[in-house]
Unconditional design. Structure first.
Length: 150
């Protein structure tokens, strides 16, 4: 079974090809122990380049222009990084209002990506369920916005 990109994480590679985004998406899932199949190994120095950061959702809007049901999220990653926006195909398990105040883990050091009329500025992490719906990756306890996953 091949590795595939994650619709939830459609937010950060502007000039890279789909393969680059697919490799990063699959790496993140594999590293977090969430991928069902074997993954290609990368070096620790490659992993250390990825800024996986905790942030809090501060605004959620519908994204009716998206191909699949999605929200437009604004996430506060703390004073050093600030607020970033991203789209997320998470409408199956989350109502917009319940997302306000929820902490998530995002990748903040990727280029912006245009998604239809929306410019995504970070990549929100999540896990697929068997029905292809997505569950957000989230700290189990509150951490400061800007805290790095490592």
């Amino acid at each position: 079974m091949g590795v595939r990109s994650i619709p939830l994480m459609t937010g950060c590679l502007e000039s890279a090809d789909v393969g680059d985004f697919e490799r990063l998406s699959c790496f993140l899932l594999g590293f977090l122990g969430l991928m069902r199949n074997n993954m290609n190994k990368i070096s620790w120095s490659d992993f250390e380049k990825i800024e996986l950061i905790a942030g809090t959702v501060v605004d959620v809007q519908p994204f009716p222009e998206a191909r699949k049901p999605a929200y437009k999220l604004v996430i506060d990653f703390g004073p050093e990084i600030g607020q970033r926006q991203s789209s997320a195909q998470i409408t199956t398990h989350y109502e917009a209002q319940e997302l306000i105040g929820k902490q998530i883990i995002g990748v903040v050091n990727l280029p912006k990506k245009q998604i239809g009329p929306f410019m995504s500025e970070c990549l929100v992490t999540g896990c697929y369920r068997e029905d292809e719906s997505v569950i957000l990756v989230s700290p189990t306890h509150e951490v400061p916005n800007g805290a790095r996953l490592g």
